[in-house]
Write a protein that binds this ligand. Structure first.
Ligand SMILES: NC(=O)c1ccc[n+]([C@@H]2O[C@H](COP(=O)([O-])OP(=O)(O)OC[C@H]3O[C@@H](n4cnc5c(N)ncnc54)[C@H](O)[C@@H]3O)[C@@H](O)[C@H]2O)c1
Length: 255
């Protein structure tokens, strides 16, 4: 198994990627495994997580599944403790798990609002909170939170629950990064633009066309184009990048 740019970049590292049964998480897990990391594939859905693990193993990757809901603090803490016990370390956590819900502002119910915040923002908090004491003790570690172009720019149709969760991740990233860096732990975020995954299949044709028209690159991104940047950010190649939310969006928002 080889990585596109650095086959041994993550040798001996243990990495957890949440929501890795499909989409961006699956591509990120593949990039990390290809770079030599023992890769823990989390998802709430057992089938996709196990299929992802089987795929990684079939090309020589070292992977295992870990099924939990990132919004469930107790389950997250138990799973992270188990990973550390089994493998002696957890070097990398990619907080990627997410849900899509492309609705106009008026249609956001309190339940939709809560679930969106719970999965994206509380999920990233839970996993970071569970792993940080371990990373701090080892004076080493890298946490990467998946935000979105929507979290930086807002979103055109007003799905403010998603946008607020993703903007919250930018704040969580900055604040934890400031706290963690003196302990040798790096925290960053990655803000993808529109990428072709199951999540974006939920967009209406009209919304997809409007969004596409706003991408200077003229096309959607691929999961692999996100994964290669994620790999860079969690690796020592990015050792002096701290608290950034890196845009990978075909030019759809430049900051
Ligand atoms: N696809 C895009 O265009 C895009 C753009 C910007 C940001 N993002 C973000 O990237 C991340 C991945 O998006 P995607 O397009 O691959 O989505 P996706 O829907 O294809 O995959 C998300 C995965 O997360 C899992 N998941 C959902 N809730 C979970 C939970 N509570 N606990 C554990 N796992 C859970 C799902 O089962 C699924 O396997 C999300 O955070 C999303 O907001 C995606």
């Amino acid at each position: 198994m080889s990585s596109s740019f650095a086959p041994n970049l993550l040798r001996d590292r243990v990495a957890l990627v949440t929501g890795a049964g499909q989409g961006l998480g699956k591509a990120i897990a593949a990039a990390l495994a290809a770079a030599g990391a023992k890769t823990i594939v989390n998802d709430v859905a057992i089938g996709p997580a196990e299929a992802c693990v089987a795929g990684l193993r079939s090309v020589g990757g070292d992977a295992e599944a870990s099924i939990f809901d990132v919004s469930d603090s107790e389950a997250v803490h138990a799973a992270v403790a188990g990973i550390i016990e089994r493998h002696g370390r957890l070097d990398i956590v990619v907080n990627n798990a997410g849900i899509g819900d492309f609705v106009e502002f008026d249609l956001i119910t309190p339940e939709k609002w809560r679930r969106m915040l719970d999965v994206h923002l509380t999920g990233a908090f839970n996993c970071s909170h569970a792993v940080f004491p371990h990373m701090k003790e080892r004076r080493s570690g890298s946490i990467l939170n998946i935000s979105s172009v929507a979290g930086k720019r807002g979103d055109f149709i007003g799905n403010a629950h998603y946008t607020a969760a993703k903007a919250g991740i930018v704040g969580l990233t900055k604040s934890l990064a400031m706290h963690a860096a003196p302990h040798g732990v790096r925290v960053n975020a990655l803000a993808p633009g529109l990428v072709a995954t199951e999540l974006t299949e939920g967009m209406s044709e009209a919304m997809r066309a409007t969004t596409l028209a706003r991408i200077p690159a003229g096309r959607l991104g691929s999961p692999e184009e996100i994964a290669s940047v994620a790999l860079f950010l969690v690796s020592d190649a990015a050792s002096y990048i701290v608290g950034e939310t890196v845009s990978v969006n075909g030019g759809s928002y430049m900051d």
